[in-house]
Structures are given as structure tokens and as C-alpha cells.
Design a binder for this molecule. Structure first.
Ligand SMILES: [Zn+2]
Length: 140
């Protein structure tokens, strides 16, 4: 599977705008009108640009993917020293943010004595994002 196909498969509300370009909903923020641009380069690499301002690392983390997923040939087996990683500081900030979100939702749940589907989904997303961040740290 090409890197582009792999990325597109994980995105929602994907629309092709040119032979090598797509637009999709950004998974890293509440994206009402799709603002994530996906572009396939000649060498097979995928460029992500979110007009909502999200960083590529955050977008990939929200998808449960890694920077290497933007390349046609995953770099795992080559153990290339050039392998990009999201800085630990960014990961920590992402985790801290998700903890804040979870904390606010848990306070709501405690106050209402019930958990809405929306709150439940957001909590699941927080868990998914924290786990994605953890996986980034384990990639060495
Ligand atoms: Zn975004």
C-alpha cells in the first residue's frame, strides 16, 4: 500500500481535488469544514498541511500513525538514524492537553451522574491520542 493510500484510509471526508491532492477533515481538531490538505510528492512522500494550524505530529498522533507512515517505504527495517520523531516536549504537551480534556469531561460526568455519547467518544479519543504518544516514545 502506498503512503498516500495509507494516510487517506485513516482520514474522513476525503475529497480529491487534483490527481495528487486531497482535502480531508483534520483529525486533530474539531474540523467542521475539511481543512487538511494532503499532497503526494513525486517520490511517494505525503505532505500534510492543516489550514487549521495543527502540527503534522499531532495529526499523525490523532490517526495513530507515525512520521514514517508518510513515506512509501517504512523505515522500520532500515533503522535509519535520520528517522524523524516528534520531540518529547511536544508529546508531553499533547498528553497534558488530553489529560485536561479528560479531567473536564470527568467533572461533567460526575456532576451529571451520566456520560453522554459525545463525552464518551472524546474520552476514547483522548486515550487513543495518549497511547499514540506513548508509541512514539517507544520507537527508538
Ligand atoms: Zn487541525
Amino acid at each position: 500500500m502506498s503512503a498516500t493510500a495509507r494516510i487517506l484510509e485513516h482520514l474522513q471526508r476525503v475529497r480529491q481535488t487534483a490527481p495528487d491532492r486531497w482535502i480531508a477533515a483534520c483529525p486533530a481538531h474539531e474540523d467542521r469544514s475539511p481543512s487538511l490538505s494532503v499532497r503526494e510528492l513525486d517520490d511517494g512522500r505525503v505532505l500534510l498541511h492543516d489550514f487549521g494550524g495543527c502540527e503534522t505530529g499531532d495529526i499523525l498522533a490523532a490517526l495513530g500513525l507515525q512520521l514514517s507512515d508518510l513515506y512509501d517505504r517504512p523505515l522500520e527495517h532500515t533503522r535509519a538514524p535520520t528517522r524523524s520523531r516528534i520531540p518529547a516536549r511536544d508529546l508531553l504537551e499533547l498528553v497534558a492537553y488530553e489529560c485536561d480534556v479528560a479531567g473536564i469531561l470527568l467533572m461533567q460526568i460526575a456532576a451529571n451522574q451520566s456520560c453522554s455519547a459525545v463525552a464518551w467518544e472524546r474520552l476514547a479519543l483522548a486515550a487513543q491520542r495518549v497511547n499514540a504518544a506513548r508509541l512514539q516514545i517507544h520507537v527508538r
